[in-house]
Design a binder for this molecule. Structure first.
Ligand code: BG6
Length: 498
């Protein structure tokens, strides 16, 4: 285990003035610092093209830090420890200067081991250039040199292989940490525990009991302000091929030999190798138009998006796994922007009871609510309390805010940065894993683009294209026969859980 207090660590954030660094990286570093996970002498240097004075930079960072009045002093200390270094990405000179700067900081440390963690919050166009400069100018042997890389890792299998190959010439796979922040989410991590630490769940985790599975990601906002990036990538590359596929892998992989990071990643790769590339008939794509009240603009009306763009902002695909555990079970992955709510969940629908003696039975469902409001609940049929033998849907409910009300759930980025410092790769994407992931998605992505497939339009703020209902039913998903309301922990209201 990495003992942070006995080693000196410098963290360099490339792309420090960008959106990702501002919204995720720095708040996570602050969260770790505030909770005592980063020793006080950890130095954090931001590097970006934008010319900024250090105070201007601190002002830019400050608003996104989660800081309550009681944290004021520690937040001030954190901000004081930040450094900012403006420089170009394609010139050697600023990297040389940065190295001198880091050397000076390191000289002040009493520890012999001097680690450097390089965080690349950068557009893919400069990944390799920056990684090359890091290797030539900043790489250290006085401690570890590690590289955290943010997605997108390519656009298809070819570009991903090129990127992986280019980075492999500079850094070993052990030194590279490809971030998929969904792997850092508490509930995604919990899937392994639920499956492999509970005999009753382990026993029914197979085609004999599970009829279909849905993994759903919904966001109530569109691609506003990010149209340039989004239009080139689309929702499948932005969310599905990475975040949802990771959830899918941990949900379906065989039990790893141990909790060792390589064994976990082996299990995921083995599983993904059993998934066939997606077929045309297992795909549905959509794009949002303006909201019905006219208040929210449609995707094509965004200034940064071409008027005739066919880029999907909604997608549903169904994956099938060719192995003895899962043969024939449809896994429906759905994700969309500009929808009616914010929600990521896994919904496992079990088979009908054989030879039922009760009438009108709904199916059991196990729902893993990833966000917001972490929860796990099993919808089960119960006798309606009273004199009749009528049935009703109730639930076994583990809602985190009730059961673990005093526990702070770490942000995904906090957990992952700490893992990278500790050298734990379990929740990062390995090169071969990336390759199989792209193998599954590349043909359908090329088909969508080459054919200029027209997405189905849906209004901003709606549940997505109406056709999604028949899409999921096509794979056997059955709606509840009786009405069911579940208390949503994120807004404390009792609503239908669909
Ligand atoms: C990012 C995508 O990777 O994940 C965004 O690029 C998306 O489009 C985001 O909004 C969702 O992350 P979270 O943690 O807010 O669910």
């Amino acid at each position: 285990m990495y003992d942070l207090t006995k080693q000196n660590t410098v963290i360099v954030v490339f792309g420090a003035s960008g959106d990702l660094a501002k919204k995720k990286t720095y708040p996570a570093l602050h969260g770790l610092y505030k909770n005592g996970f980063l020793p006080e002498d950890t130095q954090i240097i931001g590097y970006a093209r934008t010319k900024l004075e250090i105070d201007e930079f601190r002002e830019k960072i400050k608003p996104n830090l989660k800081s309550i009045p009681a944290d004021k002093d520690i937040t001030e200390k954190f901000l004081k420890n930040l450094h900012y270094f403006p420089g170009k990405y394609d010139e050697d000179e600023p990297f040389k200067k940065l190295n001198e700067y880091i050397n000076k900081l390191e000289e002040k440390s009493k520890h012999e081991k001097k680690n450097r963690l390089f965080y690349m919050a950068l557009p893919p166009s400069v990944f390799t250039t920056v990684a090359t400069h890091i290797k030539n100018q900043l790489y250290t042997k006085k401690g570890f040199s590690r590289l955290i890389v943010e997605k997108p890792f390519g656009k298809d299998i070819e570009s991903s292989r090129k990127l992986v190959g280019d980075l492999a010439k500079l850094f070993t796979e052990e030194e590279i940490f490809r971030i998929d922040h969904y792997l850092g989410k508490e509930m995604v991590k919990n899937i392994m525990t639920l499956r492999f630490a509970n005999i009753f769940l382990g026993a029914i985790w197979c085609k004999e009991y599970i009829d279909n599975v849905q993994i759903t990601f919904k966001e109530p906002f569109g691609a506003e302000g990010r149209g340039g990036y989004f239009d080139e990538y689309g929702i499948i590359r932005d969310v599905m091929q990475n975040h949802l596929l990771q959830v899918f892998s941990v949900l379906t992989m065989e039990k790893p030999k141990s909790l060792d990071s390589e064994r976990i990643r082996d299990a995921k790769v083995e599983l993904l190798k059993c998934v066939n590339p997606i077929k045309k008939e297992d795909l549905l794509i959509g794009q949002y138009t303006n909201s019905t009240d006219g208040e929210k603009k449609g995707y094509r009306e965004d200034e940064t998006v071409p008027d005739d763009s066919t880029t999907p902002t909604y997608a549903a695909v169904t994956l099938f796994i060719k192995n003895s555990r899962w043969e024939g079970v449809p896994f429906i992955l759905k994700c969309g922007k500009a929808l009616d709510q914010l929600k990521t969940e896994v919904r496992i629908q079990f088979r009908d009871v054989a030879n039922p003696i009760f009438e009108n039975l709904s199916r059991n469902e196990l729902v893993i609510r990833v966000q917001p409001g972490e929860a796990v609940y099993m919808k089960m049929i119960n006798k309606k309390p009273g004199l009749s033998m009528d049935t009703m849907i109730s639930e076994l409910d583990l809602t985190y805010h009730r059961r673990f009300s005093d526990t702070k759930i770490p942000e995904a980025y906090e957990a992952l940065i700490l893992d990278a410092l500790a050298g734990d790769h379990s929740n990062f994407v390995r090169d071969d894993e990336l390759d199989v992931a792209w193998k599954i998605f590349t043909p359908i992505l090329h088909y969508i683009e080459n054919e200029k497939l027209e997405p189905i339009m849906y209004p901003y703020g709606s549940r997505g294209p109406k056709e999604v209902n028949s899409f999921v039913e096509k794979y056997g998903f059955k709606r509840d026969v009786q009405e069911y309301n579940w208390e949503d922990p994120s807004n404390k209201s009792k609503t239908s859980d669909k």
